[in-house]
Design a binder for this molecule. Structure first.
Ligand SMILES: Cc1cc2nc3c(=O)[nH]c(=O)nc-3n(C[C@H](O)[C@H](O)[C@H](O)COP(=O)(O)OP(=O)(O)OC[C@H]3O[C@@H](n4cnc5c(N)ncnc54)[C@H](O)[C@@H]3O)c2cc1C
Length: 389
């Protein structure tokens, strides 16, 4: 059994590590300051400048196929990169990515949506959640009715990431009420100028999703992504594309947080000694380090299974669940180690505390991951012996 990285994986990981240390981490004080003033941490132009710098070294479209100008890297490399990026709270990502389901688009749609999304000239958003349908996505009620060669969309979507900034939406609507999610949901590609509206939602995080309203929005039949009635499968493919990626990013954040906690503990003296000498603090460090290590292998095993074409759904749900729960415990411990300073806005710990909380909610809540994991086991689709059998 080989737990090592290949030379190429190590080289890519090390390049990103250096990029984060030299280009991203120095921006942290400025990002914090802006966010404290209610401004965006990084402007669109600053993000683009950083992305262009990375692109000039070949870092563009990590998982985008080479045929579309990307690096065509697999899941393990993508996870390794995400861990490194997670070490900073600066909202940076490499350019050149597009939603996986846009690759199923027709040639004409690819020209209008996929290519520009990869190039960063158009922004997408993915809209399935509604006020009455979150975890229970099968309960969506947004409808699309056919009128000649057009479809008329009506309904409301909520919590849509990037929904206020997007140029187009991949929206999921019921096209056959009798069939519902079993063949009666269709995905439409809808430009903003077709008339849907968006309103930002204020959250405890530093960036907010949006609520979208479709009021008799008309699109041509050619706006269907994939096949009529096959939208629910597309939605599940989008959601399932990388459940290992969210915990990978959180893993990087936890590594950095524990390093910050240890640094603080070595220097903070109480009752004549650094708090690092106290068992109470040492146990926080030890528990966090064990959990980070366990999370690393859950994330990398799930990614490794994806690369081998194995059914990775169980491993991905485990990584997402464990990552969400443990990242929140770890950031809470690190905040505790900092005492009152941890609670202030002078340090970024409280920022991470708010950001990591989201991991337990979006792309499948903790409870929904547990439901998936238990169902797979109880129905015999997965074994407690894991993939080794
Ligand atoms: C910041 C943010 C960004 C998001 N981005 C997007 C996006 O881009 N696109 C999109 O479509 N959606 C997005 N979402 C929506 C997100 O996926 C949903 O919020 C999530 O799936 C939970 O749905 P809900 O909020 O309706 O909660 P509910 O489904 O109402 O759940 C409420 C509580 O009940 C629990 N629960 C529900 N059902 C069960 C059950 N069967 N057994 C046990 N417990 C259960 C849940 O785990 C949760 O604790 C985003 C949400 C947030 C907060």
């Amino acid at each position: 059994m080989d737990f090592d990285l290949s030379a190429e994986e190590r080289e890519i990981r090390d390049w990103v590590r250096t990029f984060v240390r030299k280009e991203i981490v120095p921006l942290e004080p400025q990002v914090l300051e802006r966010e404290r003033r209610g401004e965006r941490g990084l402007s669109a132009e600053e993000l683009k400048t950083l992305q262009d710098k990375a692109r000039s070294s070949g870092f563009f479209g990590i998982q985008t196929p080479e045929s579309h100008g990307g690096m065509g890297q697999g899941a393990v490399v993508a996870a390794l990169i995400e861990i490194e990026l997670g070490r900073s709270f600066v909202p940076f990502r490499f350019a050149g990515e597009a939603d996986n389901i846009l690759f199923s688009a027709t040639e004409e749609q690819q020209e209008t949506y996929l290519g520009p999304t990869i190039e960063g000239t158009r922004r997408s958003c993915f809209a399935i959640t509604e006020p009455g349908a979150g975890s229970d996505a099968r309960a969506i009620r947004t409808s699309a009715r056919r009128e000649g060669d057009e479809w008329v969309i009506n309904g409301e979507k909520t919590f849509i990431t990037g929904g206020h900034e997007a140029d187009f939406v991949m929206v999921f609507a019921v096209t056959d009420k009798a069939k519902g999610a079993d063949g009666g949901v269709t995905c439409f590609l809808v430009d903003r100028d077709r008339g849907w509206t968006s309103t930002p939602i204020d959250t405890m995080g530093e960036w907010g999703p949006a609520a979208l309203v479709f009021d008799d929005v008309r699109v041509p039949h050619s706006a269907i992504l994939g096949e009529e009635g096959k939208g629910f499968e597309l939605a599940m493919r989008w959601i399932g594309k990388g459940r290992y990626m969210l915990p990978a990013r959180a893993l990087g954040s936890c590594e950095r947080l524990v390093e910050m906690g240890m640094e603080w503990a070595r220097n903070r003296v109480t009752f004549g000694e650094p708090i690092a000498n106290r068992q109470a603090i040492q146990w926080m460090v030890a528990d966090s380090a064990v959990e980070i290590e366990a999370l690393r292998w859950l994330v990398l095993t799930a990614a490794w299974q994806v690369d081998r074409g194995l059914d990775s759904r169980q491993s991905q749900s485990m990584a997402k669940l464990y990552g969400g729960v443990k990242a929140n415990e770890i950031v809470d411990r690190v905040l505790q180690m900092h005492g009152g300073m941890g609670y202030t806005r002078e340090l970024p710990v409280e920022r991470w505390y708010r950001e990591l909380r989201l991991l337990r909610i979006y792309e499948g809540t903790d409870e929904i991951q547990r439901r998936t994991i238990a169902r797979n086991l109880l129905k015999g689709h997965a074994s407690v012996r894991g993939h080794l059998g």
